[in-house]
Write a protein that binds this ligand. Structure first.
Ligand code: MIC
Ligand code: SF4
Length: 648
């Protein structure tokens, strides 16, 4: 009487007991990295001294940083290609597409585990995998054959019934889920979709839903592997990769949510959070300046065909800048062969590269105060590259309607009688010519290292007492985009000293220099956060670079899963308040001390925050397994691993 999540976890469990909330470790079958997190992951893998990856399959994708303004990106790409060839990793070259889209098409397998250094790795749940996003160091450990440690999840069943109405699509389903569950409070859960409504959703549609599970903050989301999955794999020429994976009829769940697909209407996530949901009709008529279609959430053949059919014979509004970025080379070839690309171009689309592009703020920054409608998954303030832009997340159907009319438009009001329902292709165009398998002669491969690529910085073991200043106090929902901006700063990912100068740049550009001054005189730096601190991306630089700046503890009302794991991996204490209202008393600039850390951690006691400025003491909590405590005391996972799994 097991559900799907339990079945996969059970068959991969290497440590711990399957009790929700308890630490467990699972074997990882596949890994993926992308270039922005990948260079650091492979530098860390190299530092482990393991000659070949130990996984069934590891793929390194180049999709994030393809702008190549200057030599840095191209140097990173060369490095990634040479490391892949040497260590047994497949390389998906720039131009082949966005990691999650390509992995779904060409590599994902039902029943397997996938660990990826990108928070949207759960896209693979659409094909019935336990696919989890993590920091690059965790992925490096998994490539080396190490287990992945996580909290045994609570499992939430979403029981889908009925069918979506015309002009309503998978994006609206996950926006509905975000309305129900919000981005907060879901840490430690996995969403398992089931019910008769699942059948009508194709694999790419299921993947849209699991992709944005990342925004719920859950560990992952998963769909069953059924006849629909089989048909998708067959159309990808991979029928032999299929296996059936269904929940037992009497499977139990920690919570069940019923969702009637037929009742969902076109929805939007309003600025600046993916859970700020409203029906499109509620704000219809608002002027739109930019429409961007693409990203790992909505760039499948079906998505772009639907947009093309909606725009066929028409032209987008003259005041809308309209961008389409196909998700993969496969998608681009298929829409180009079947004429949809031509339809899009005729309708006024700017065709962008098959890459993350606009989604990560790499180009296409909208005009000042713009209203931008996008099909991607995050609308955090400033992520588009324009601080004053108002980004709304929508389905491809809604985005197309907005592009045509120049104002926010419910696609059901387009006046088109027939919804261009696109059936799943019976045969996809298979062209893996931009995927390079690893070398048969690894000894001959020389690693290429450009001048922008530096070794991962070392950290010291955690001192027994921390003493220093609250360097920054921030509010709720601080994302890793606030902590470690991407966009034009992305090219410094392989150069930690340089990238660290931009920590918290969007919030307080003086943060890095102030931290360096303290570090130089030997005092420790502290950050104070609100709810859901560290949500969003898996970028471990949001922990690695603060570590480099001498940040030793983050104290917040609540912390998100991947970011917490990254803080631990880099030896930074993730702490929460015993009494949440204490947050209001402590201020930026306060001189503080946390004494006797070692003893308190080993005894499992709360920590004391002595605030010398306020002449008060506060109690702090932590949620750390024994292993995590030892990692922090050692000064991070690399030190811990080098010492053979002990704290020093
Ligand atoms: C994102 O969508 O924020 C990214 C860019 O894909 C990140 C990874 C990164 O920062 O490199 C993510 O989601 O993990
Ligand atoms: Fe790329 Fe955007 Fe997807 Fe992140 S969310 S992997 S930046 S397309």
């Amino acid at each position: 009487m097991a559900n799907i999540v339990e079945k996969i976890i059970k068959s991969h469990l290497v440590e711990g007991e399957m009790v929700p909330g308890q630490p467990i470790a699972i074997r990882i079958d596949q890994t993926l990295t992308q270039d922005a997190t990948g260079t650091m992951a492979y530098l860390q893998f190299e530092a482990m001294g393991i000659p070949r990856v130990q996984t069934e399959l590891s793929v390194s994708y180049i999709d994030h940083n393809t702008l190549q303004e200057g030599f840095e990106n191209a140097d990173d790409h060369r490095y990634l290609q040479s490391v892949a060839a040497k260590y047994g990793i497949h390389l998906s070259k720039a131009g082949n597409g966005i990691c999650h889209q390509v992995h779904l098409e060409r590599f994902g397998k039902p029943g397997k585990t996938l660990l990826g250094s990108d928070s949207h790795t759960p896209t693979g749940g659409g094909i019935g995998m336990i696919a989890i996003g993590a920091g690059g160091l965790d992925v490096a450990v998994a490539m080396g054959g190490g287990a992945f440690y996580l909290t045994c999840p609570r499992i939430v069943k979403v029981n889908l019934t009925g069918q979506l109405k015309p002009w309503v699509s998978a994006k609206d389903v996950i926006l509905k889920m975000l309305e129900i569950l919000t981005t907060k409070g879901n840490v430690g859960s996995v969403v398992e979709y089931g019910g008769e409504g699942v059948r009508a959703l194709s694999v790419p549609e299921r993947a849209t839903i699991t992709n944005m599970g990342a925004e719920l903050g859950v560990t992952t989301s998963i769909f069953p592997s059924d006849e629909t999955t089989k048909a998708f794999l067959k159309a990808q020429g991979r029928e032999e990769d299929w296996s059936e994976l269904l929940a037992d009829p009497d499977a139990e769940y920690d919570r069940t949510i019923d969702l009637a697909l037929g009742e969902i209407v076109p929805l939007l996530a309003q600025p600046h959070s993916p859970d700020n949901i409203c029906p499109v009709s509620a704000i219809a008529g608002m002027k739109v300046n930019q429409v961007c279609i693409g990203s790992c959430t909505n760039s499948s053949v079906k998505d772009l065909m639907t947009v093309a059919k909606t725009l066929e014979g028409k032209h987008v509004h003259p005041e809308v800048s309209f961008v389409v970025a196909p998700g993969s080379k496969q998608v681009l070839r298929m829409i180009s062969d079947n004429g949809a690309l031509s339809t899009l171009i005729a309708a006024g689309a700017r065709i962008a590269e098959t890459a993350c592009g606009f989604c990560i703020g790499n180009g296409m920054a909208p005009q000042t105060d713009a209203i931008s409608i996008r099909t991607n998954n995050r609308n955090f303030e400033g992520r588009s590259g324009t601080k004053s832009a108002q980004v709304y997340l929508a389905s491809p159907e809604t985005a197309a309607a907005c592009a045509l009319k120049g104002v926010i438009t419910d696609p059901r009001d387009l006046g088109n009688d027939t919804y261009p329902a696109i059936d799943m292709q019976e045969q996809f165009t298979i062209d893996d010519s931009l995927v390079f398998p690893p070398s048969d002669e690894p000894a001959q491969v020389k690693i290429s290292r450009g001048p922008n690529i530096g070794d991962p910085p070392a950290n010291e073991p955690l001192p027994d007492s921390l003493r220093g200043e609250i360097m920054l106090k921030v509010g709720d929902k601080i994302t890793t985009d606030h902590i470690m901006p991407a966009g034009s700063r992305l090219k410094y990912r392989s150069n930690v000293p340089k990238y660290a100068t931009f920590v918290f740049e969007p919030v307080d550009p003086t943060f890095a220099t102030r931290c360096v001054k303290n570090k130089e005189v030997g005092t420790h730096n502290f950050v104070l956060g609100g709810m859901s601190y560290g949500q969003g991306s898996s970028r471990e630089h949001a922990a690695l670079c603060p570590m480099y700046l001498g940040v030793k503890a983050v104290i917040a009302k609540s912390l998100e899963r991947i970011h917490t794991a990254n803080l631990i991996n880099f030896g930074i204490l993730p702490l929460t308040f015993t009494k949440e209202s204490d947050y209001n008393i402590i201020e930026q600039g306060d001189e503080v001390e946390i004494p006797n850390i070692r003893q308190a951690l080993s005894a499992g006691q709360e920590l004391n925050l002595l605030n010398e400025t306020k002449k008060r003491a506060f109690r702090l909590k932590y949620d750390l397994s024994e292993r995590q405590k030892n990692i922090i005391l050692a000064g991070g996972l690399l030190n811990y691993t080098k010492a053979g799994g002990t704290e020093s």
